[in-house]
Design a protein around this ligand. Structure first.
Ligand SMILES: [Zn+2]
Length: 233
């Protein structure tokens, strides 16, 4: 098989590949990918903070309920008539009162701590939101730059594609189809020379003897390792 025409095609395709690579590796595109990661992380953090806050709010509700019950108990004791109590009863009541007051103090402390945590979560949430917004707005700028770059290189790409279409007519259709399959998988170059009579010109994998003799007959073989076409120079 004569692969001269495919090599000619590939030579031109290299220019297209370079343009595509230039676009794919542009600093703006890389920055955009970074910003997307930052935004995603911020989103995950927000969800985490929200969940934490929700849990805490439930906890606060429970503490408040306990606090109110305890307070009512204390108020009931204050209202109780102590004049008819024996010394023993009075002592017991005082003990109970003290315990209740202690409990109230503990619950108050718990409430205070929860309130502090809520405030911390809120401030962290705001910080996260700010980071997210910042990433989004920077992303928008990047996106615009990427669009500009793409648009700028569009005429060149179109020109090359037209040239390739013309060159394609001289290539064996089956070979062309296989070439395009690899090219779509971002494999480039697709066709490489055999090196030192036995190695793939790209991945350096030694080709089996059977394949080498097939190469002499068919003009082209496929590297078992990197799937590229190998031709004899
Ligand atoms: Zn190879």
């Amino acid at each position: 098989m004569n692969i001269e025409n495919l090599l000619k095609y590939q030579k031109r395709d290299e220019d297209l590949f370079k343009v595509e690579q230039k676009l794919a590796n542009s600093a703006y595109r890389r920055k955009a990918a970074e910003l997307t990661a930052v935004a995603k992380k911020a989103q995950a953090k927000s969800t985490e903070l929200e969940n934490h806050a929700e849990k805490l709010i439930v906890e606060i509700g429970e503490i408040k309920e306990k606090y109110n019950l305890t307070k009512k108990k204390a108020e009931g004791m204050v209202a109780a008539n102590i004049e008819n109590m024996t010394m023993e009863e009075l002592e017991k009541t005082n003990e109970l009162k003290q315990k209740i007051m202690q409990n109230l103090a503990i619950l108050e402390k718990m409430l205070q701590k929860s309130a502090e945590t809520i405030n911390q979560i809120l401030s962290e949430f705001n910080k996260t939101k700010k980071a997210y917004d910042e990433a989004r707005s920077q992303y928008a700028i990047c996106k615009q730059k990427i669009d500009e770059e793409t648009k700028e290189l569009e005429p060149e790409k179109e020109k090359l594609k037209k040239e390739l279409l013309a060159l394609e007519k001289d290539v064996d259709p089956a070979l062309m189809a296989e070439y395009k399959k690899r090219r779509n998988d971002n494999i480039f170059p697709v066709v490489v020379p055999l090196e030192n009579g036995t190695f793939c010109g790209r991945c350096r994998m030694e080709q089996p003897k059977v394949a080498i003799s097939k190469l002499k007959e068919a003009g082209v073989i496929v590297c078992e390792h990197c799937k590229r076409f190998i031709y004899q120079k």
